[in-house]
Design a protein around this ligand. Sequence first.
Ligand code: PMT
Length: 398
Amino acid sequence: MLKGKKIILAITGSIAAYKSILLARELVKAECEVRIIMTHAAKDFVTPLTLSTLSKNPVLIDLFEGDAWSNHVKLGRWADVLLIAPLSCNTLAKMAHGICDNLLMATYLSAICPVIVAPAMDEDMWQHPATKSNLKIIELQGVTILPVNKGELASGLYGEGRMAEPESILAFIEQRFFQNTDIKGKQVLVSAGPTFEHIDPVRFIGNHSSGKMGIAIAVELANRGAKVDLVLGPSSNQPNHPAITVYNVSTAAEMYNECIAQFERADAAILCAAVADYTPANIAAEKIKKNGQSLSIELIETEDILKTLGQQKRKGQVLVGFALETANEKENALNKLSKKNADMIVLNSLNDKGAGFGLDTNKITIFEKSGNQFDYEQKPKQQVAKDIVDRVVNMLYV
Ligand code: PMT
């Protein structure tokens, strides 16, 4: 099934690099075109000679070989998949922070294909908060992280951190190529993150949205073959996926304008952003100084993006809104479904622990205009995104 696929297998410095020899052999057996990149640290664990013999191509290590320059941009554009296995703690940190100090990092930063990583490290390193936070950063950028296995580790300890087995990595890549393209060819608009409404040059009214939920939806859609226009409010998380075009906006008015512009070509829109309902009537030109008295700021309503798209919706376009509630959840969600002419509302309540702003998990209920109601358990936002996209696919095709 993988015949003819172009795979870059990148190997970093970890004892698990011995498994990459098997991985390279399996990829070649599956009739993939395999190019191998190694970091210098990887050479301490496996030899380039073994890997070049198996892959039938010279192994690439440095940005410069003698007088010649390895064209990492060409390489990044050539591949159907960049697979980094094993992924060491060090390379993970470089990926999270865009440090470009070797051929692998230059290729990663210019790759326009999906990137899949199979981490491998000792359990203490795997559990370290720095590792966890770097994993979150790259996941939000659109990198797929394969789970680690539990077992005996190089240190002699027993625990989590073993690299996934070559057969399961291969099976995962096959599945990514051949099974999850149920929304291929569709254009989807997603809004995510907060909006910031300026009061004066230094202050704003905002909210706690991190953008994680909306970005997870965009990445899930893109991984399943859709082209995504992501309108993203101020967020420290930015996805980097070839099928996602990001439009960074700040205010509710900017988000409104960008969503209206992108909705025209959309087959579906999923509005996950936490948009301000009110904005200051006037923005002070200078920083407001305190004067010992109370201060009132006049607020005016912002445009309702979901409502406007509901009015503009063409036949066949699927419109999904979110409802973030703190009381009368179901009633409020159903009200939004009908008042805004949406096809589906995703309810999350701040009364549920593990749901809502900033967290890595969410707990949702989906209400469809047909009357269907789907209740889900609390899950990581990536899996919640999958549940939402499953329902959107169902609406687009059924
Ligand atoms: O970003 P995270 O930290 O991961 O958190 C995710 C989330 C909690 C922000 C997300 O899951 C969520 O609930 N998003 C919607 C938040 C919200 O503003 O809900 P609402 O009930 O106020 O708005 C209802 C719907 O109208 C939403 O689809 C919203 O995008 C839309 N809206 C609201 C106001 C406005 N002016 N225009 C809009 O389109």
